[in-house]
Design a protein around this ligand. Structure first.
Ligand code: GLC
Ligand code: CA
Length: 532
Protein backbone atom coordinates (compact mmCIF):
# COMPACT_ATOMS: atom_id res chain seq x y z
CA UNK A 1 0.00 0.00 0.00
CA UNK A 2 1.21 3.45 -0.80
CA UNK A 3 0.75 5.98 1.92
CA UNK A 4 -0.13 9.61 1.57
CA UNK A 5 2.32 12.11 3.00
CA UNK A 6 -0.21 13.03 5.68
CA UNK A 7 -0.34 9.40 6.78
CA UNK A 8 3.40 8.71 6.73
CA UNK A 9 4.58 12.08 7.85
CA UNK A 10 4.69 13.92 11.14
CA UNK A 11 2.92 17.27 11.42
CA UNK A 12 4.77 19.97 13.34
CA UNK A 13 2.59 22.80 14.63
CA UNK A 14 4.09 26.28 14.44
CA UNK A 15 2.54 29.04 16.52
CA UNK A 16 3.92 31.85 14.39
CA UNK A 17 3.91 34.63 17.00
CA UNK A 18 6.22 32.60 19.19
CA UNK A 19 8.40 30.65 16.77
CA UNK A 20 11.07 33.05 15.50
CA UNK A 21 11.16 36.83 15.16
CA UNK A 22 13.24 37.93 12.16
CA UNK A 23 12.85 41.72 12.34
CA UNK A 24 13.24 42.59 15.99
CA UNK A 25 9.70 43.57 16.95
CA UNK A 26 9.33 40.83 19.56
CA UNK A 27 6.80 38.84 17.53
CA UNK A 28 7.52 35.82 15.35
CA UNK A 29 6.89 36.08 11.61
CA UNK A 30 6.93 34.19 8.30
CA UNK A 31 10.54 35.12 7.54
CA UNK A 32 11.45 33.66 10.93
CA UNK A 33 9.82 30.37 9.91
CA UNK A 34 11.77 30.38 6.63
CA UNK A 35 15.02 30.90 8.54
CA UNK A 36 14.31 27.83 10.64
CA UNK A 37 13.21 25.42 7.92
CA UNK A 38 16.61 23.75 7.88
CA UNK A 39 16.18 23.01 11.57
CA UNK A 40 12.91 21.27 10.73
CA UNK A 41 14.26 19.28 7.81
CA UNK A 42 17.45 19.71 5.82
CA UNK A 43 17.50 16.09 4.71
CA UNK A 44 20.11 15.07 7.30
CA UNK A 45 19.77 13.49 10.71
CA UNK A 46 20.99 16.73 12.28
CA UNK A 47 17.56 18.17 11.55
CA UNK A 48 14.26 17.09 13.05
CA UNK A 49 13.10 15.42 9.86
CA UNK A 50 9.45 16.45 9.94
CA UNK A 51 7.41 16.25 6.72
CA UNK A 52 4.73 18.88 7.29
CA UNK A 53 4.12 22.08 9.19
CA UNK A 54 0.78 23.45 10.30
CA UNK A 55 0.98 27.18 10.87
CA UNK A 56 -1.57 28.82 13.18
CA UNK A 57 -3.25 31.96 11.72
CA UNK A 58 -1.15 34.72 10.15
CA UNK A 59 -4.03 36.66 8.56
CA UNK A 60 -4.68 40.36 9.15
CA UNK A 61 -6.20 40.51 12.60
CA UNK A 62 -6.71 42.87 15.54
CA UNK A 63 -5.40 39.92 17.60
CA UNK A 64 -8.25 39.80 20.10
CA UNK A 65 -7.65 36.02 20.01
CA UNK A 66 -4.16 36.19 18.52
CA UNK A 67 -5.11 35.61 14.93
CA UNK A 68 -8.18 33.42 15.45
CA UNK A 69 -10.09 36.63 14.80
CA UNK A 70 -9.54 37.08 11.08
CA UNK A 71 -10.14 40.46 9.42
CA UNK A 72 -9.19 39.27 5.93
CA UNK A 73 -8.96 35.61 4.92
CA UNK A 74 -6.86 36.20 1.83
CA UNK A 75 -3.93 38.26 3.04
CA UNK A 76 -1.11 38.24 5.61
CA UNK A 77 -0.95 40.51 8.64
CA UNK A 78 1.95 42.97 8.12
CA UNK A 79 3.19 41.85 11.53
CA UNK A 80 3.92 38.45 9.97
CA UNK A 81 4.97 39.56 6.48
CA UNK A 82 3.13 39.66 3.16
CA UNK A 83 1.89 37.34 0.44
CA UNK A 84 5.30 37.35 -1.26
CA UNK A 85 6.83 36.05 1.99
CA UNK A 86 4.15 33.40 2.12
CA UNK A 87 4.87 32.28 -1.45
CA UNK A 88 8.55 32.10 -0.58
CA UNK A 89 7.76 30.07 2.51
CA UNK A 90 5.84 27.55 0.39
CA UNK A 91 8.65 27.29 -2.15
CA UNK A 92 11.37 26.95 0.47
CA UNK A 93 9.38 24.42 2.47
CA UNK A 94 8.61 22.32 -0.59
CA UNK A 95 12.27 22.34 -1.59
CA UNK A 96 12.98 20.61 1.71
CA UNK A 97 10.17 18.11 1.35
CA UNK A 98 8.02 19.92 3.91
CA UNK A 99 4.29 20.25 3.20
CA UNK A 100 2.48 23.36 4.38
CA UNK A 101 -0.86 23.20 6.18
CA UNK A 102 -2.58 26.44 7.13
CA UNK A 103 -5.30 27.32 9.59
CA UNK A 104 -8.79 27.95 8.22
CA UNK A 105 -11.13 29.72 10.66
CA UNK A 106 -14.65 29.16 9.32
CA UNK A 107 -16.81 29.64 12.41
CA UNK A 108 -16.21 33.33 13.05
CA UNK A 109 -14.42 36.40 11.76
CA UNK A 110 -13.01 39.39 13.54
CA UNK A 111 -15.47 42.14 14.41
CA UNK A 112 -13.23 44.25 12.19
CA UNK A 113 -13.72 42.08 9.12
CA UNK A 114 -15.36 44.29 6.43
CA UNK A 115 -18.19 41.75 6.26
CA UNK A 116 -19.06 42.38 9.89
CA UNK A 117 -18.57 46.13 9.65
CA UNK A 118 -21.20 46.12 6.91
CA UNK A 119 -23.39 43.66 8.73
CA UNK A 120 -23.55 45.75 11.86
CA UNK A 121 -23.97 49.05 9.99
CA UNK A 122 -27.74 48.70 9.62
CA UNK A 123 -30.52 46.13 9.80
CA UNK A 124 -31.13 46.30 6.07
CA UNK A 125 -27.51 46.09 4.96
CA UNK A 126 -27.15 43.30 2.35
CA UNK A 127 -24.62 41.61 4.62
CA UNK A 128 -26.84 41.77 7.72
CA UNK A 129 -27.63 38.09 7.36
CA UNK A 130 -23.96 37.09 7.02
CA UNK A 131 -23.88 36.89 10.81
CA UNK A 132 -26.40 35.69 13.38
CA UNK A 133 -28.52 38.58 14.64
CA UNK A 134 -31.57 38.23 16.89
CA UNK A 135 -33.91 40.45 18.86
CA UNK A 136 -33.67 40.55 22.63
CA UNK A 137 -36.21 38.65 24.68
CA UNK A 138 -39.05 40.89 25.95
CA UNK A 139 -37.11 41.50 29.18
CA UNK A 140 -34.07 42.60 27.19
CA UNK A 141 -32.04 39.46 27.85
CA UNK A 142 -30.20 37.49 25.13
CA UNK A 143 -32.20 35.37 22.64
CA UNK A 144 -31.12 32.08 24.23
CA UNK A 145 -28.96 30.69 27.03
CA UNK A 146 -25.84 29.75 25.05
CA UNK A 147 -22.49 30.50 26.65
CA UNK A 148 -19.26 31.58 25.02
CA UNK A 149 -16.41 29.05 25.23
CA UNK A 150 -14.37 31.81 26.82
CA UNK A 151 -16.98 32.62 29.44
CA UNK A 152 -20.07 34.79 29.65
CA UNK A 153 -23.02 34.69 27.27
CA UNK A 154 -22.40 34.10 23.58
CA UNK A 155 -24.51 37.12 22.69
CA UNK A 156 -23.50 40.77 22.63
CA UNK A 157 -25.92 43.65 22.32
CA UNK A 158 -25.40 46.07 19.46
CA UNK A 159 -26.67 49.46 20.56
CA UNK A 160 -26.67 50.97 17.09
CA UNK A 161 -29.03 48.44 15.44
CA UNK A 162 -30.79 47.22 18.58
CA UNK A 163 -30.13 43.50 18.23
CA UNK A 164 -27.85 40.85 19.68
CA UNK A 165 -25.19 39.03 17.60
CA UNK A 166 -23.88 35.56 18.31
CA UNK A 167 -20.24 34.78 19.13
CA UNK A 168 -19.06 31.35 20.28
CA UNK A 169 -15.80 32.88 21.55
CA UNK A 170 -14.97 36.51 22.44
CA UNK A 171 -17.35 39.29 21.50
CA UNK A 172 -14.70 40.41 19.02
CA UNK A 173 -15.29 37.12 17.11
CA UNK A 174 -18.83 37.19 15.65
CA UNK A 175 -20.04 33.83 14.27
CA UNK A 176 -20.67 33.61 10.54
CA UNK A 177 -24.08 32.47 9.36
CA UNK A 178 -23.26 29.42 7.24
CA UNK A 179 -26.92 28.91 6.42
CA UNK A 180 -26.61 31.93 4.14
CA UNK A 181 -25.48 30.66 0.70
CA UNK A 182 -23.44 33.81 0.11
CA UNK A 183 -21.37 33.10 3.24
CA UNK A 184 -20.92 29.50 2.17
CA UNK A 185 -19.73 30.62 -1.26
CA UNK A 186 -17.35 33.26 0.10
CA UNK A 187 -15.80 30.76 2.49
CA UNK A 188 -15.39 28.12 -0.23
CA UNK A 189 -13.63 30.76 -2.31
CA UNK A 190 -11.19 31.27 0.56
CA UNK A 191 -10.20 27.61 0.40
CA UNK A 192 -9.72 27.85 -3.34
CA UNK A 193 -7.58 30.96 -3.00
CA UNK A 194 -5.07 29.13 -0.79
CA UNK A 195 -5.22 25.85 -2.71
CA UNK A 196 -4.35 27.75 -5.87
CA UNK A 197 -1.48 29.33 -3.99
CA UNK A 198 -0.05 25.90 -3.32
CA UNK A 199 -0.91 25.06 0.26
CA UNK A 200 -1.06 21.35 1.00
CA UNK A 201 -3.95 21.40 3.39
CA UNK A 202 -6.02 23.02 6.08
CA UNK A 203 -6.47 22.64 9.78
CA UNK A 204 -10.08 23.71 10.24
CA UNK A 205 -10.64 25.64 13.43
CA UNK A 206 -13.58 24.46 15.61
CA UNK A 207 -15.19 23.20 12.42
CA UNK A 208 -17.81 21.25 14.38
CA UNK A 209 -19.43 24.52 15.43
CA UNK A 210 -20.22 26.06 12.05
CA UNK A 211 -23.79 24.79 11.73
CA UNK A 212 -26.27 25.95 14.39
CA UNK A 213 -29.74 24.74 15.28
CA UNK A 214 -32.10 26.68 12.97
CA UNK A 215 -34.30 27.73 15.91
CA UNK A 216 -31.34 28.43 18.19
CA UNK A 217 -32.96 26.38 20.96
CA UNK A 218 -31.80 26.76 24.56
CA UNK A 219 -29.22 24.22 25.68
CA UNK A 220 -30.21 21.94 28.58
CA UNK A 221 -28.25 22.15 31.86
CA UNK A 222 -25.14 20.00 32.31
CA UNK A 223 -25.91 17.49 35.10
CA UNK A 224 -22.17 17.05 35.83
CA UNK A 225 -20.40 20.39 35.52
CA UNK A 226 -16.70 20.39 36.37
CA UNK A 227 -16.20 21.35 40.06
CA UNK A 228 -13.75 24.19 39.36
CA UNK A 229 -15.82 26.12 36.82
CA UNK A 230 -15.50 29.88 36.86
CA UNK A 231 -18.74 31.65 37.83
CA UNK A 232 -19.16 33.06 34.33
CA UNK A 233 -18.49 29.76 32.54
CA UNK A 234 -22.03 29.37 31.19
CA UNK A 235 -20.99 26.93 28.45
CA UNK A 236 -19.50 24.61 31.06
CA UNK A 237 -22.86 24.50 32.87
CA UNK A 238 -24.77 23.37 29.78
CA UNK A 239 -24.88 20.43 27.45
CA UNK A 240 -23.83 22.17 24.27
CA UNK A 241 -26.10 20.25 21.94
CA UNK A 242 -27.76 22.94 19.85
CA UNK A 243 -24.71 25.05 19.08
CA UNK A 244 -22.48 22.32 17.71
CA UNK A 245 -22.52 19.18 15.53
CA UNK A 246 -25.79 19.95 13.79
CA UNK A 247 -26.72 17.61 10.91
CA UNK A 248 -26.03 20.22 8.22
CA UNK A 249 -22.38 20.24 9.23
CA UNK A 250 -21.60 17.04 7.36
CA UNK A 251 -22.74 18.44 4.03
CA UNK A 252 -20.23 21.28 4.50
CA UNK A 253 -17.47 18.80 5.34
CA UNK A 254 -18.21 16.77 2.22
CA UNK A 255 -18.11 19.95 0.16
CA UNK A 256 -14.73 20.90 1.65
CA UNK A 257 -13.51 17.47 0.71
CA UNK A 258 -14.86 17.63 -2.84
CA UNK A 259 -13.14 20.93 -3.37
CA UNK A 260 -9.77 19.80 -2.02
CA UNK A 261 -10.04 16.57 -4.03
CA UNK A 262 -9.96 18.69 -7.18
CA UNK A 263 -6.31 19.26 -6.29
CA UNK A 264 -3.54 16.69 -5.92
CA UNK A 265 -2.89 15.11 -2.54
CA UNK A 266 -4.19 17.80 -0.19
CA UNK A 267 -5.40 17.17 3.35
CA UNK A 268 -8.19 18.51 5.55
CA UNK A 269 -7.87 18.20 9.29
CA UNK A 270 -10.67 19.18 11.64
CA UNK A 271 -10.46 20.56 15.14
CA UNK A 272 -13.32 18.77 16.84
CA UNK A 273 -13.78 18.09 20.53
CA UNK A 274 -16.20 15.16 20.65
CA UNK A 275 -16.57 11.66 22.06
CA UNK A 276 -15.26 8.66 20.14
CA UNK A 277 -18.60 7.50 18.72
CA UNK A 278 -19.16 10.97 17.29
CA UNK A 279 -15.52 11.32 16.19
CA UNK A 280 -15.66 8.43 13.72
CA UNK A 281 -18.46 10.14 11.82
CA UNK A 282 -16.12 12.92 10.75
CA UNK A 283 -14.49 10.67 8.15
CA UNK A 284 -17.84 10.67 6.34
CA UNK A 285 -19.95 7.66 5.45
CA UNK A 286 -17.36 6.32 3.02
CA UNK A 287 -14.38 8.47 3.72
CA UNK A 288 -15.84 11.45 1.90
CA UNK A 289 -15.43 14.05 4.69
CA UNK A 290 -12.31 14.91 6.78
CA UNK A 291 -9.04 13.07 6.23
CA UNK A 292 -8.03 13.60 9.84
CA UNK A 293 -10.44 14.59 12.58
CA UNK A 294 -8.01 15.59 15.30
CA UNK A 295 -7.86 13.01 18.07
CA UNK A 296 -7.45 14.77 21.42
CA UNK A 297 -8.30 11.78 23.59
CA UNK A 298 -4.79 11.41 25.02
CA UNK A 299 -5.04 15.01 26.22
CA UNK A 300 -8.24 14.28 28.07
CA UNK A 301 -7.14 11.31 30.17
CA UNK A 302 -7.91 11.85 33.85
CA UNK A 303 -4.42 10.51 34.59
CA UNK A 304 -1.31 9.59 32.59
CA UNK A 305 -0.74 5.89 33.12
CA UNK A 306 -0.12 2.79 31.04
CA UNK A 307 -3.59 1.33 31.45
CA UNK A 308 -5.50 4.46 30.45
CA UNK A 309 -3.21 5.23 27.53
CA UNK A 310 -3.51 1.70 26.20
CA UNK A 311 -7.26 1.77 26.62
CA UNK A 312 -7.52 5.04 24.74
CA UNK A 313 -5.43 3.74 21.84
CA UNK A 314 -7.20 0.36 21.71
CA UNK A 315 -10.61 2.01 21.65
CA UNK A 316 -9.54 4.27 18.82
CA UNK A 317 -8.09 1.37 16.83
CA UNK A 318 -11.31 -0.57 17.24
CA UNK A 319 -13.52 2.34 16.30
CA UNK A 320 -11.52 3.36 13.24
CA UNK A 321 -13.44 2.64 10.03
CA UNK A 322 -11.59 0.86 7.21
CA UNK A 323 -11.36 4.11 5.25
CA UNK A 324 -10.25 6.11 8.30
CA UNK A 325 -6.76 6.95 9.51
CA UNK A 326 -5.83 7.67 13.12
CA UNK A 327 -3.86 10.53 14.54
CA UNK A 328 -2.56 11.61 17.93
CA UNK A 329 -2.13 15.04 19.50
CA UNK A 330 -0.18 15.57 22.74
CA UNK A 331 0.28 19.33 22.72
CA UNK A 332 -0.97 22.52 21.10
CA UNK A 333 -1.30 26.27 21.59
CA UNK A 334 -4.50 25.65 23.59
CA UNK A 335 -3.32 23.34 26.36
CA UNK A 336 -0.67 23.30 29.05
CA UNK A 337 2.75 22.02 27.97
CA UNK A 338 3.19 18.25 27.77
CA UNK A 339 6.35 18.23 29.94
CA UNK A 340 4.50 20.17 32.66
CA UNK A 341 1.42 17.97 32.54
CA UNK A 342 3.24 14.64 32.85
CA UNK A 343 6.79 15.61 33.91
CA UNK A 344 10.10 15.51 32.00
CA UNK A 345 10.67 11.79 32.59
CA UNK A 346 7.33 10.74 31.18
CA UNK A 347 7.61 13.32 28.39
CA UNK A 348 10.23 10.99 26.90
CA UNK A 349 7.78 8.10 27.07
CA UNK A 350 5.21 10.33 25.40
CA UNK A 351 7.66 11.12 22.60
CA UNK A 352 8.23 7.44 21.90
CA UNK A 353 4.52 6.70 22.13
CA UNK A 354 3.53 9.52 19.77
CA UNK A 355 6.10 8.52 17.18
CA UNK A 356 5.52 4.79 17.23
CA UNK A 357 1.74 4.52 17.23
CA UNK A 358 -0.29 3.81 14.12
CA UNK A 359 -1.60 7.16 12.94
CA UNK A 360 -0.31 10.60 12.10
CA UNK A 361 1.49 12.33 14.97
CA UNK A 362 1.18 16.07 15.59
CA UNK A 363 4.07 17.67 17.44
CA UNK A 364 3.74 21.16 18.96
CA UNK A 365 6.70 23.51 18.58
CA UNK A 366 8.92 23.46 21.66
CA UNK A 367 7.74 20.08 22.90
CA UNK A 368 10.78 18.54 21.18
CA UNK A 369 12.98 20.19 23.82
CA UNK A 370 10.55 19.56 26.65
CA UNK A 371 9.53 23.19 27.06
CA UNK A 372 7.49 23.69 30.21
CA UNK A 373 4.63 26.05 31.00
CA UNK A 374 5.81 29.62 31.14
CA UNK A 375 5.27 31.63 34.30
CA UNK A 376 3.08 34.58 33.33
CA UNK A 377 2.79 37.42 35.85
CA UNK A 378 -0.85 38.52 36.21
CA UNK A 379 -0.20 41.85 34.46
CA UNK A 380 1.31 40.02 31.46
CA UNK A 381 -1.66 37.77 30.72
CA UNK A 382 -2.61 38.28 27.07
CA UNK A 383 -4.91 35.38 26.23
CA UNK A 384 -8.61 36.34 26.32
CA UNK A 385 -9.46 32.98 27.88
CA UNK A 386 -7.14 33.82 30.79
CA UNK A 387 -8.48 37.36 31.04
CA UNK A 388 -12.14 36.29 31.08
CA UNK A 389 -12.04 32.91 32.85
CA UNK A 390 -9.12 33.55 35.20
CA UNK A 391 -5.33 33.17 35.32
CA UNK A 392 -5.55 29.38 35.79
CA UNK A 393 -7.12 29.13 32.33
CA UNK A 394 -4.65 31.28 30.42
CA UNK A 395 -3.13 29.62 27.37
CA UNK A 396 -0.21 32.04 27.41
CA UNK A 397 1.73 29.40 29.36
CA UNK A 398 2.13 27.22 26.28
CA UNK A 399 2.77 30.13 23.91
CA UNK A 400 6.00 31.54 25.33
CA UNK A 401 8.79 32.03 22.77
CA UNK A 402 10.54 28.97 21.39
CA UNK A 403 13.96 28.68 23.06
CA UNK A 404 16.60 28.56 20.34
CA UNK A 405 19.83 29.29 22.21
CA UNK A 406 21.36 30.75 25.37
CA UNK A 407 21.64 34.33 24.14
CA UNK A 408 19.35 37.16 25.23
CA UNK A 409 15.65 36.38 24.70
CA UNK A 410 16.61 32.80 23.89
CA UNK A 411 17.59 33.70 20.35
CA UNK A 412 13.91 34.19 19.56
CA UNK A 413 14.20 37.95 19.18
CA UNK A 414 16.56 40.83 19.81
CA UNK A 415 14.01 42.69 21.92
CA UNK A 416 11.63 41.85 24.76
CA UNK A 417 9.16 39.36 23.21
CA UNK A 418 5.37 39.67 23.36
CA UNK A 419 5.28 37.00 26.08
CA UNK A 420 8.11 36.46 28.58
CA UNK A 421 10.83 33.95 27.70
CA UNK A 422 10.86 31.11 30.22
CA UNK A 423 13.60 31.30 32.82
CA UNK A 424 15.01 27.89 32.01
CA UNK A 425 16.02 28.97 28.50
CA UNK A 426 19.80 28.99 29.12
CA UNK A 427 19.82 25.27 29.82
CA UNK A 428 16.74 24.20 27.89
CA UNK A 429 17.19 25.32 24.32
CA UNK A 430 17.60 23.90 20.86
CA UNK A 431 21.28 24.72 20.50
CA UNK A 432 22.33 23.17 23.82
CA UNK A 433 20.17 20.10 23.34
CA UNK A 434 21.32 19.69 19.75
CA UNK A 435 24.87 19.17 21.03
CA UNK A 436 23.87 16.79 23.80
CA UNK A 437 23.51 13.25 22.44
CA UNK A 438 21.13 12.27 25.26
CA UNK A 439 18.84 15.30 25.24
CA UNK A 440 15.11 15.34 24.57
CA UNK A 441 15.83 16.90 21.19
CA UNK A 442 18.24 14.10 20.31
CA UNK A 443 15.53 11.63 21.30
CA UNK A 444 12.98 13.32 19.04
CA UNK A 445 15.43 13.41 16.13
CA UNK A 446 16.27 9.73 16.54
CA UNK A 447 12.61 8.75 16.80
CA UNK A 448 11.53 10.91 13.88
CA UNK A 449 14.18 9.56 11.52
CA UNK A 450 13.65 6.03 12.73
CA UNK A 451 9.93 6.27 12.04
CA UNK A 452 10.67 7.79 8.67
CA UNK A 453 12.60 4.70 7.63
CA UNK A 454 10.27 2.10 9.11
CA UNK A 455 7.21 0.93 7.20
CA UNK A 456 6.16 -0.98 10.32
CA UNK A 457 5.98 2.27 12.29
CA UNK A 458 4.38 4.60 9.77
CA UNK A 459 2.14 2.07 8.16
CA UNK A 460 2.17 -1.32 9.86
CA UNK A 461 -0.42 -3.07 11.94
CA UNK A 462 -0.87 -2.42 15.66
CA UNK A 463 -1.27 -5.16 18.23
CA UNK A 464 -1.21 -4.55 21.98
CA UNK A 465 0.76 -7.10 24.01
CA UNK A 466 0.20 -7.80 27.69
CA UNK A 467 3.08 -6.87 29.99
CA UNK A 468 3.68 -6.13 33.67
CA UNK A 469 1.39 -3.59 35.37
CA UNK A 470 2.44 -0.04 34.62
CA UNK A 471 3.87 -0.93 31.22
CA UNK A 472 2.36 -0.67 27.77
CA UNK A 473 3.68 -2.94 25.02
CA UNK A 474 2.65 -3.15 21.41
CA UNK A 475 3.77 -4.74 18.23
CA UNK A 476 3.99 -2.88 14.93
CA UNK A 477 4.36 -5.09 11.92
CA UNK A 478 4.74 -4.74 8.17
CA UNK A 479 5.73 -7.70 5.98
CA UNK A 480 8.75 -9.22 7.71
CA UNK A 481 9.50 -6.08 9.69
CA UNK A 482 8.43 -6.43 13.33
CA UNK A 483 8.95 -3.91 16.10
CA UNK A 484 7.99 -4.25 19.70
CA UNK A 485 7.56 -1.02 21.63
CA UNK A 486 7.78 -1.34 25.41
CA UNK A 487 7.00 1.69 27.56
CA UNK A 488 7.40 1.92 31.33
CA UNK A 489 5.01 4.49 32.78
CA UNK A 490 6.31 4.04 36.34
CA UNK A 491 9.29 4.95 38.52
CA UNK A 492 10.19 1.32 39.05
CA UNK A 493 12.18 -1.23 37.11
CA UNK A 494 9.99 -3.72 35.26
CA UNK A 495 10.95 -7.18 34.09
CA UNK A 496 9.46 -8.11 30.74
CA UNK A 497 9.47 -11.62 29.32
CA UNK A 498 9.76 -12.10 25.59
CA UNK A 499 9.21 -15.28 23.65
CA UNK A 500 11.20 -13.92 20.70
CA UNK A 501 14.81 -12.94 20.31
CA UNK A 502 15.30 -9.33 19.57
CA UNK A 503 17.48 -6.32 19.69
CA UNK A 504 16.92 -3.05 21.51
CA UNK A 505 17.65 -0.42 18.89
CA UNK A 506 16.51 2.66 20.74
CA UNK A 507 16.00 3.51 24.40
CA UNK A 508 14.46 6.77 25.57
CA UNK A 509 17.68 7.21 27.61
CA UNK A 510 19.67 6.98 24.36
CA UNK A 511 22.31 4.87 26.08
CA UNK A 512 21.82 1.31 24.97
CA UNK A 513 21.55 -0.91 21.95
CA UNK A 514 21.72 -4.56 22.80
CA UNK A 515 20.55 -8.03 21.94
CA UNK A 516 17.93 -9.55 24.24
CA UNK A 517 16.82 -13.05 24.70
CA UNK A 518 13.99 -14.03 27.01
CA UNK A 519 13.71 -11.61 29.90
CA UNK A 520 14.84 -8.00 29.84
CA UNK A 521 14.45 -5.03 32.15
CA UNK A 522 12.89 -1.68 31.55
CA UNK A 523 14.39 0.93 33.82
CA UNK A 524 12.20 3.51 35.57
CA UNK A 525 10.49 5.71 32.96
CA UNK A 526 12.21 3.90 30.13
CA UNK A 527 10.81 3.11 26.74
CA UNK A 528 12.50 0.95 24.11
CA UNK A 529 12.04 -0.09 20.52
CA UNK A 530 12.95 -3.70 19.94
CA UNK A 531 13.52 -5.17 16.49
CA UNK A 532 12.29 -8.73 16.48
C1 GLC B 1 -9.68 26.98 18.44
C2 GLC B 1 -8.26 27.49 18.48
C3 GLC B 1 -8.14 28.42 19.63
C4 GLC B 1 -9.09 29.58 19.40
C5 GLC B 1 -10.52 29.10 19.17
C6 GLC B 1 -11.35 30.18 18.58
O1 GLC B 1 -10.00 26.22 19.55
O2 GLC B 1 -7.36 26.42 18.54
O3 GLC B 1 -6.83 28.88 19.83
O4 GLC B 1 -9.06 30.44 20.50
O5 GLC B 1 -10.57 28.03 18.26
O6 GLC B 1 -11.00 30.41 17.25
CA1 CA C 1 8.70 39.99 13.86
Amino acid sequence: MAYHWWQRGVIYQIYPRSFKDSNGDGIGDLEGIIQKLDYLNNGTHDSLGIEAIWISPFYPSPMADFGYDVANYVDIDPMFGDLADFDRLITEAHQRGIKVIIDYVPNHTSEEHPWFLESRSSRDNPRRDWYIWRDAKPDGSPPNNWGSWFGGPSWTWDEHTGQYYLHSFTKEQPDLNWANPAVYQAMMDVLRFWLDRGVDGFRMDVVFLIDKHPQLLDNPPNPNPAPDLSPNDLAGRQLNIHNREQPGLFKYLRDFRKLTDEYTDRVIIGEIWVELDAWVKYFGENGDALHLPFNFRLLQLPEWNAELVRQSVDELEQALPSFGWGNYVLGSHDIGRLATRIGQDQARIAAMLLLTLRGTPTLYNGDEIGMENGVIPPDKIRDPQGIILGAHRTRDVCRTPVQWDSSAYAGFSTVEPWLPVSEDYRSRNIQVQGLDPKSMLSLYRKLLWYRHGSAALYGGSYLPVDGPAGTYLYLREHDSERKLIALNFTNETKAVTLTDHGRIVLSTYLDREEAINGEFHLRANEGVIIEL
